[in-house]
Ligand binder design. Structure first.
Ligand code: AMP
Length: 369
């Protein structure tokens, strides 16, 4: 089965009643913020919700979706009957991290024909680490950590990521080929599908951007413009709290304490203002390259995961081509979105604004795929 042709999705979109478009997403991840932001802009919303989560999503008066579509399994969305129901409701889906995780990138590309914000072609470019590197490093000329294709080449402190380790759990650090082979053996990793990346030493910042192909209010890109909607740092368990043990690495190893990078929450932050030109320039280069590689590019919200070194160099170790959970800190706007809008604009609200603007300009097809 091949990819759903964009023409089919745009065909459905053209039949939508423009005054009755609803914003929908799966009740998880950043859904509350997406619904609240849509309500801010006068949209009705649809929450696709697992049965056991409905009460949680009803517990937030303002953000609770105008309407629930209750499912036993989130994958039920892929059933044609469910998709037809969503299309008949004039729904535009907002994909978030859990949405892609629940449905699977391949299923979204091949089976999902409900109109969705953004460009589906990005799924291919971010899920394949080689293609992602071609996009970010070669085409965008963004500074990234070195990658070792063979463990035998390891000559510096590295972080080892392997497919199947979700959200940073199970990542580990090694500084030599021997350490790598010892760890892999100890952990019983057999599939060999690891990515060995130089460990970046510095401060982590997760930059939230929004790319609009037809706005001219932000930082100029080749086509359209780029906004900075916020920056967060992640709380990662247990790596971020290990210092509280007051133990050396050797003592931790002896006590059986193993570092992990699982995200448990997020905290807000701002950068030195003098770094902002570089933050925009990096974002712009990634957007411009995306337009060249998979037109119309990486539409809407995205995040670059970075480390700022003591030399004030910004290095990018990962990209997420959609709304990230760190934006939840800013449900009522971030310092940066206030500076852009003079009112509280969350990432969810920014998405709704874009849909509103696209409807007014008759350009929905430019932001929905
Ligand atoms: P990722 O799955 O790539 O988002 O990584 C999960 C976490 O691992 C990040 O949030 C960082 O804390 C850490 N991490 C990933 N890559 C690197 C790197 N190259 N250098 C330092 N820390 C990293």
């Amino acid at each position: 089965m091949g990819m759903i042709p964009v023409s089919r999705i745009h065909g459905a979109l053209e039949k939508y009643k423009k005054g009755d478009i609803k914003i929908a997403t799966v009740c998880s991840h950043s859904a509350l913020q997406i619904f609240a932001g849509a309500h801010d802009e006068g949209f009705k919303t649809v929450g696709i919700c697992a049965r056991d989560r409905v009460d949680t999503y009803k517990a937030f008066g303002y953000a609770q979706p105008s309407e629930f579509v209750v499912v036993d399994s989130i994958k039920d969305i892929l059933k044609p009957s469910m998709q037809d129901e969503l299309v008949s409701k004039n729904v535009i889906l907002v994909p978030h991290g859990s949405f892609v995780e629940y449905l699977g990138a391949k299923n979204i590309e091949d089976k999902l024909y409900v109109p969705m914000i953004g460009n589906r072609a990005v799924l291919d470019w971010e899920s394949d680490r080689k293609k992602e590197r071609e996009w970010l490093s070669e085409k965008s000329k963004v500074s990234m950590p070195r990658v070792f294709s063979s463990p035998d080449d390891i000559d510096c402190l590295c972080i080892v990521k392997f497919d199947g380790a979700k959200g940073g759990s199970g990542y580990f650090k090694v500084a030599s080929p021997k350490e790598y082979y010892d760890e892999v053996k100890k952990r019983g990793i057999t599939d060999g599908n690891t990515t060995i990346q130089e460990y970046l030493v510095g401060v982590r910042y997760y930059m939230h951007y929004f790319y609009s192909p037809f706005s001219d209010k932000g930082y100029p890109c080749k086509r359209g413009s780029l906004e900075l909607t916020g920056i967060d740092r992640r709380d990662e368990s247990n790596i971020d709290e290990l210092h509280r043990l007051g133990m050396s690495g050797a003592e931790m190893a002896k006590a059986g304490v193993d570092a992990s990078y699982t995200v448990t929450g997020n905290t807000g932050c701002v950068l030195r203002e003098s770094l902002l030109p570089e933050v925009f320039e990096i974002g712009k280069r990634v957007v411009d390259a995306s337009c060249d590689l998979f037109s119309p590019g990486m539409i809407g919200p995205f995040c670059l995961e970075t480390v700022v070194t003591p030399e004030l160099e910004i290095k990018v170790f990962e990209a997420s081509a959609r709304i990230v959970a760190g934006t939840n800190i800013y449900a009522d706007g971030s310092p940066y979105s206030y500076l852009s809008y003079g009112k509280p604009v969350s990432c969810g609200r920014r998405i709704a604004l874009e849909v509103k603007d696209a409807v007014a300009k008759g350009r929905l097809c430019d932001i929905v795929g």
